[in-house]
Design a binder for this molecule. Structure first.
Ligand code: SF4
Length: 107
């Protein structure tokens, strides 16, 4: 299997997000796959604002310290799935309200 994003993206059905997942999980590359949760959390918190998943990915690549890059997208996905949910974020259970820039927190 190719360890190159462009080679992976040339495969049928493989986009940038999937290529980043493969590079991260299978090969240990410090890539950030931006799914719907990462996209929402990045924009909502102000951590990584962007109009497209690629925009968010590029911002995260500059703001996430390299020591955390390997697992950052997992943490963001889990945070978005279980705490900062799409319909109603659970801000009362969130450890980040002091640094989150979302105007409509639920606390
Ligand atoms: S404070 Fe609320 S909106 Fe901000 S990251 Fe936490 S759950 Fe999401």
């Amino acid at each position: 299997m190719p360890q190159d994003r462009a080679a992976l993206e040339s495969l049928p059905g493989v986009g940038r997000k999937t290529a980043n997942v493969v590079l991260n999980i299978a090969f240990g590359h410090p890539t950030i796959a931006v799914d719907t949760h990462v996209f929402r959390v990045g924009n909502r918190t102000g951590l990584a604002p962007g109009k497209t998943p690629l925009d968010v990915e590029k911002v995260l690549e500059t703001t996430v310290p390299m020591e955390f890059m390997q697992h950052a997208h997992h943490w963001l996905i889990l945070h978005g799935r279980y705490v900062c949910k799409a319909q109603k974020p659970n801000c009362a259970a969130c450890p980040l309200p002091d640094i989150c820039r979302f105007d409509n927190k639920t606390i």
